[in-house]
Design a protein around this ligand. Sequence first.
Ligand SMILES: [Fe+2]
Length: 256
Amino acid sequence: MSERANQLISDILRRVHEAIVENNVTYEEYQAAKQWFIDVGAAGEWPLFGDVFVEHVVEEQAFSNRSGSQGTILGPFHLPDAPLLDAPFELPHRPDESGDRTRVTGRVTDVDGRPLANANLDIWQADAEGRYSGFMPGPPDGNLRGQVRTDTDGRYEYVTVIPGPYTIPLDGPTGRMTAAAGWSPWRPAHIHLIVSAEGFEPLVTQLFIDSSDYLDTDVAGAVKPELIVHPEPVGDGEFAVSYDFALAPARTPAIA
Ligand SMILES: [Fe+2]
């Protein structure tokens, strides 16, 4: 038995019980909710539900005192082992990939601004139509997923296209719940990253495109003002974004 488990489970159940009493929940509503739990499991949507409606609070709580750049939720669409890219550091894409071609550059440093050489940036994003490779029909496997490393001055760059906003799946139980509550199912356009370096806390974050709709109504509650970027036009229909990441030192394990 774990006192932590006892405390957490008791507290969550007590709050559910309070909500039932305060809202005078009927047996029909209870049966509908029970069926919905079953449907979420059958559809394999518990990771989606958790990452959209719960993870952002865990992230804010877990890293409220961390120094360095802001993080945000990991979400359900990361895949490990994306290819490590060489110059010119273009994320894998289709020959006719739609969307505005964009060069993203910046530096990875420690919290005092010292450059971190050989830091790794693991990047994944939706295409211009808001679709993730490996999860949604359309883009081929590995599309718009890749890793790059910083140079000796902590600098990185990669080339991609500006992603589109997307909705959580609308036809499953999570989407039906969102519609029943009258909430927007949209996420604003964003690029996911995990920035990591030896001896530092990995930073799981997203860069949000400032021209996107839904920045104020992200269904996943993951937007932070520090993470909104402005792609600048640089001619020939291309854009550029600059963003620097500062990593907090790795937490030292407690001495037993
Ligand atoms: Fe995403």
